[in-house]
Design a protein around this ligand. Structure first.
Ligand code: UD1
Ligand code: CA
Length: 423
């Protein structure tokens, strides 16, 4: 990370050894997904986005599953016995020893923390020369969380866990999120001093705050503005809650940028989607990761825009339309009951109701290309690979297996015969 023109070392440790029993799952809690992306992958991505030089995942329970998701994008430390958060970080110490800089601590099950929040925490820690900078939050009901103990001057003195807190400490509304930025060297020396002499018999990472204070080292905190960012996932209800929070956050972002969303509660826009101004999204629409949509389009209701789609300006994607790996040119209309997969279609074309691309032959995904000003009649099958030129007309009900040159009409269906009805 660059701070005041200087390149500073930032290592992130992700705690990912927990059991997650409340999920009632055969899978690791951390490989459950929000919008197609595993919880732990979301955490690793935030660590990457702030410019971490190295990311260490401390894994234990079902570690193979986590390793499969994160691959070699991170390094691994192992915690075989869950002896506490302090113990978890100690397992990563071989990656920290001898290094000068900051170590950021994240939880693998706290997946919707914003990049900016984390970045601000780290920047403050460097700029204020703090040995520990905590991300804290104000909770009306702080039950269950570690409480932040400050002195009269507001300086942070310690963190006291719920189970170890006295009645005065339990009244404190400022809680520890469990996300921190530490000075690497001072964290390592403080970790050597922590003892499991508390109600839970665990090595508490939180104890390093008091140790640093006793040593006269400066500590500080950032109070998170949006409490939803530090929510964790322990069970499926929380998984749903966080999915909802992320959905509303993403939808709000697009609305702020000039997109009309009729019903934000039924609009599912995944990460990294770009949508131009004056585009209207009707209800029950799903738009997957990385899709690009131009200005002034109309999407939905009940549209499913899958991966690798690029939609131009003034395009209509109507109801019950699914498109995947598709490029749609300006002013083209794809109005109802249509599947376009692995398809490129030019400008000013119209795709009739019930049209489908037969893109999969059981082995390969094949490509369909359609030119400008094409008119595809209703209920057409386009058996890929196939290319339709500019200005083509395809007769309704055709099953097109051969290319159609520019300006031609393709018709491929049986002639109608009318027979006598049986008595
Ligand atoms: C911890 C903090 C508490 C804070 C809370 C926020 C400590 C002692 N307390 O409490 O101040 O308010 O988080 O949620 O740190 N983990 C491991 N290995 C372990 C223990 C935990 O990987 O040995 C992982 C867990 O899977 C979890 C995270 O660390 O993702 C937090 O552990 P948890 O036991 O839930 O900590 P809390 O008791 O909630
Ligand atoms: Ca917890």
């Amino acid at each position: 990370m660059i701070i005041d023109g200087e390149d500073k070392l930032v290592i992130t440790v992700i705690m990912a050894a927990g059991k997650g029993t409340r999920m009632k799952s055969n899978k690791s809690k951390l490989v459950h997904k929000i919008y197609d992306k595993e919880l732990v992958k979301r955490v690793a991505e935030v660590a990457k986005q702030i410019g971490s030089d190295e990311i260490i995942a401390v894994v234990g329970h079902m570690r193979e599953q986590i390793e499969e998701v994160l691959g070699d994008s991170v390094k691994y430390a192992y915690q075989d016995e869950l002896l506490g958060t302090g113990h978890a970080v100690m397992q990563a110490s071989k990656y920290l020893e001898g290094k000068k800089g900051k170590v950021v601590i994240l939880y693998g099950d706290v997946p919707i923390l914003r990049k900016n929040t984390l970045e601000n925490l780290v920047i403050k820690s460097f700029k204020n020369k703090e040995y520990a900078t905590l991300l804290t939050a104000m909770y009306d009901n702080p039950t269950g969380y570690g409480r932040i103990i400050r002195d009269e001057g507001g300086n942070i003195k310690a963190i006291v866990e719920e189970k170890d807190a006295n009645m005065f400490e339990k009244d404190i509304k400022e809680i520890n999120s469990g996300i921190y930025c530490f000075d690497i060297e001072e964290l390592l020396s403080a970790l050597k001093l922590i003892q499991p002499n508390n109600v839970q018999g665990e090595y508490y990472l939180t104890d390093v705050i008091k140790i640093m204070n006793d040593k006269g080292l400066k500590t500080g905190a950032v109070i998170v503005e949006d409490n939803t960012e530090i929510l964790g996932v322990n069970d499926r209800a929380q998984l749903e809650l966080l999915t909802r929070v992320l959905r509303m956050r993403i939808n709000a972002y697009h609305m702020k940028n000039g997109v009309t969303i009729e019903d934000a509660s039924s609009t599912y826009i995944h990460d990294n989607v770009k949508i131009g101004i004056d585009t209207v999204i009707h209800p029950n629409t799903t738009i997957k990761d990385g899709v690009v949509i131009g200005d002034n389009c109309e999407i939905g209701p009940n549209a499913y825009i899958r991966e690798n789609c690029e939609i131009g300006n003034n395009v209509k994607i109507g109801n019950f339309v699914e498109i995947k790996n598709a490029k749609i040119g300006d002013r083209t209309k794809v109005p109802h009951f249509i599947y376009l997969g692995d398809t490129e279609i030019g400008c000013d074309s119209n795709v009739g109701c019930g049209t489908i691309t037969c893109n999969y032959d059981g082995k390969n995904k094949n490509h369909t290309k359609i030119g400008d000003r094409a008119f595809i009649g209703s209920n057409v099958n386009l058996v890929a690979p196939v290319t339709l030129g500019d200005d083509v007309l395809i007769a309704a009900g055709s099953t097109i297996t051969e290319d159609v040159p520019d300006g031609k009409m393709g018709i491929a269906r049986q002639r109608q015969t009318n027979k006598d009805r049986k008595e």
